[in-house]
Design a protein around this ligand. Structure first.
Ligand SMILES: Nc1ncnc2c1ncn2[C@@H]1O[C@H](COP(=O)(O)OP(=O)(O)OP(=O)(O)O)[C@@H](O)[C@H]1O
Ligand SMILES: [Mg+2]
Length: 411
């Protein structure tokens, strides 16, 4: 089960509705899009919000609730409907299934019950709402030291992804004190991560999108708080909820981490489907890759998501050769981005992404290839990446060129 399911619930009984909401709050894969206490208003709500999953509580008025299940099954046929009841009465279960409910859950519902039900309907439907869920990707971009190029990649990758019409891309700046994604995109957003964290329980998806600044490239930006002292507003739980909301609202959420590897960075790493760890081919950076992989390896499931990317390849000054670098980190690089200081600095100074300012630059093309390698991008596009890669194989500096540095040890 991947992605976040947007949920709508209807239950006229306050106690069971509140208890279900508490259970939902413990599920990272769920975003409660809307709740309703009246059967007669609910059809309109689901038409407006188009949730992935709908939960209808039957007990307040089973006959009325079952008519509603049938009605909304016709109105939003791509949503999966679950029903709940305190009684596991065979007749009621049968009636619910006949009017289109996919699952019958007996109250009280706990997290494993709900997870199992969601996994089952997700598997049955080949992924809820097909494309939306499959396309959902959260990517954390971090680095093995400061200034390694993480923000440059996060911003430009986001701009490339946003060019595809089906994608809705958000960039979240988690460098809470000194983040500079707003500079890269030359925008001055009013609404920051601190505002979303403070209002997360009140925001719905349309309101969130209205609040965020949308760059001309199509990327929605959620920048760091305006004042450095506001960084403390965001705690781990708050960030987890913000990321949950962002995942529900966007097909691609790119998290630009702080490199402090603090508690918030760990929340982001945990929430990410993939982690890009950038390094340059210098001794301190590569040593930190080894240290970081060791440290991240202690968190279950984390290290498998990490893809190591070599940045500023071909820079020359004191760089270590590829083979030597790969041997020392004990892994192959997932991707290699060439050094192109001029394009990068012009991009940052003008706030115009590489894909617009320097579309033909080799660096841009490699970032396009990297974007295409992400899950959910079409296979046709992914094969384009191979040709790009092979073109690049002949461009990258040969090992001989950096042979003098090959002997450098990382330890
Ligand atoms: N492939 C590249 N070629 C040339 N210069 C690059 C490349 N990638 C990044 N840079 C340059 O490296 C510098 C640092 O980049 P960036 O701010 O993206 O790094 P960072 O890892 O986000 O830094 P910080 O640790 O401060 O957040 C910038 O001047 C940028 O233009
Ligand atoms: Mg940065």
């Amino acid at each position: 089960m991947s992605g976040v399911f947007r949920l709508a619930i209807v239950d006229p009984q306050d106690s069971s509705r509140e208890s279900l909401k508490t259970t939902l709050g413990d599920l990272a894969c769920v975003w409660l899009e809307s709740e309703c206490a009246r059967y007669e208003l609910f059809a309109e709500i689901v038409i407006q919000t188009r949730p992935d999953v709908i939960i209808v509580a039957l007990d307040a008025d089973p006959d009325r609730a079952l008519r509603l299940v049938e009605e909304i099954g016709h109105l939003v046929s791509d949503a999966s409907i679950l029903v709940t009841s305190g009684t596991a009465d065979g007749g009621l279960i049968l009636r619910a299934l006949r009017v289109g409910a996919k699952e019958f859950l007996t109250l009280p519902i706990d997290v494993p019950d709900l997870t199992t039900a969601l996994t089952r309907i997700s598997d049955l439907d080949g992924g809820l709402r097909g494309e939306k869920t499959q396309r959902n990707l959260t990517l954390a971009v971090t680095g093995s030291s400061g200034g390694v190029g993480a923000t440059s990649l996060a911003v430009n990758l986001g701009c490339v992804l946003a060019r595809e019409q089906a994608n809705e891309v958000a960039l979240v700046d988690l460098d809470l004190a000194l983040g500079d994604t707003d500079v890269f995109l030359d925008s001055m957003p009013d609404y920051t991560l601190a505002d979303v964290a403070l209002n997360v329980s009140r925001l719905d998806l349309p309101l969130l999108k209205q609040s965020l600044t949308r760059h001309e490239s199509g990327v929605y930006l959620l920048p760091r708080p305006l004042a450095i002292q506001d960084a403390g507003i965001i705690d781990s739980d708050g960030l987890r909820r913000v990321i949950g909301l962002m995942k529900a609202a966007f097909s691609h959420v790119i998290l630009d981490l702080s490199k402090g590897y603090n508690a918030l960075d760990l929340v982001a790493l945990d929430a990410a489907d993939e982690v890009f760890l950038l390094t340059q081919l210098d001794l301190p950076g590569l040593r930190n890759v080894v240290r970081l992989m060791g440290c991240l390896g202690e968190v279950e499931g984390l290290v498998d998501k990490v893809k190591i990317i070599a940045n500023r390849v071909g820079r020359g000054d004191g760089q270590i050769g590829f083979k030597n670098a790969e041997e020392n980190i004990g892994k192959e690089f997932f991707w290699k981005l060439p050094n192109d200081y001029r394009s990068m600095i012009e991009m940052r100074n003008n706030g115009v992404p590489l894909i617009e300012r320097s579309p033909r630059a080799s660096l841009t093309q490699e970032i396009v290839g990297l974007a295409m390698s992400l899950p959910g991008q079409s296979s046709a596009k992914r094969s384009k990446r191979s040709s790009l890669a092979s073109r690049w194989l002949s461009f990258w500096p040969s090992t001989e060129r950096v042979a003098s540095e090959e002997s450098a040890s990382l330890n």
